[in-house]
Write a protein that binds this ligand. Structure first.
Ligand code: ADP
Length: 205
């Protein structure tokens, strides 16, 4: 819901003069009290303003959708990233499958002998390879999405960029990488679960 200019003006007045009565707000805006009644009801319903009987209106600092949106938008990946679970591209399918269970993750990032990112393997990738009778002994490199098709993010990027990439590419997880000469090393991960947790924390303050 978009606030009107008058509602925004009311918020600014309340922030500066709280507690403030509706009469006082009306006077500051040179409006009739009845004109304001509807706006104050809307702002109360949205929990932007709080009314205390016989005292006046307060600004609710715990609930401000705009501020929460800004808080989310300005968060950096490095503030929230988690630990990435990796495996060598030469590791066997069965070793990587064990890692999925041991670390309770859905995505394993695959690296070469220099620890540079070379691919990513997900539950579905592993399920596909499991149909091969020899799967257990095969290298995980046969069941991964390879660089350059791997979507990644950097530590100093915004959390909202990660959200956009995850939605756009329909994937669960992004490796957080640092550029090095000769390749990219993995320094963390951002998953859908991380993003949902941040959104919940922001919503609940
Ligand atoms: P799941 O297989 O559990 O549904 P995903 O939706 O993340 O998990 O994976 C779907 C496909 O996208 C898989 O083939 C996987 O290799 C690929 N994939 C996963 N993460 C990435 C990524 N960061 N970049 C590119 N491809 C990815």
């Amino acid at each position: 819901m978009k606030l009107t200019d008058r509602q925004k003006a009311i918020i600014e007045i309340v922030k500066s003069f709280e507690p403030i009565t509706s009469d006082e707000i009306a006077e500051k805006l040179s409006l009739g009290k009845s004109t304001l009644r509807n706006d104050l009801a809307v702002l109360g319903m949205l929990e932007v303003l709080e009314a205390k009987p016989n005292v006046g209106y307060y600004y609710n600092y715990d609930f401000s959708p705009g501020e929460k949106r800004e808080e989310f938008k300005s968060k950096l990946i490095k503030e929230v990233m988690g630990i990435a679970i990796t495996a060598r591209s030469t590791a066997s399918y069965s070793d990587v499958l064990s890692k999925l269970f041991i670390y309770d993750v859905g995505t394993i990032f695959i690296v070469d002998e220099d620890n540079h990112l070379v691919g990513v393997t997900s539950r579905k990738d592993m399920l596909k390879l499991s149909r091969n009778a020899e799967a257990d002994k095969l290298p995980i490199a046969l069941a991964m999405t390879r660089v350059p098709n791997v979507v990644y993010i950097h530590e100093d990027d915004l959390v909202s960029d990660a959200l956009r990439k995850i939605i756009l590419h329909e994937i669960d997880c992004l490796p957080v990488v640092r550029e090095e000469s000769g390749g990219r090393i993995i320094v963390g991960k951002i998953s859908k679960t991380t993003l949902i947790k941040i959104l919940l924390e922001i919503l609940e303050g």
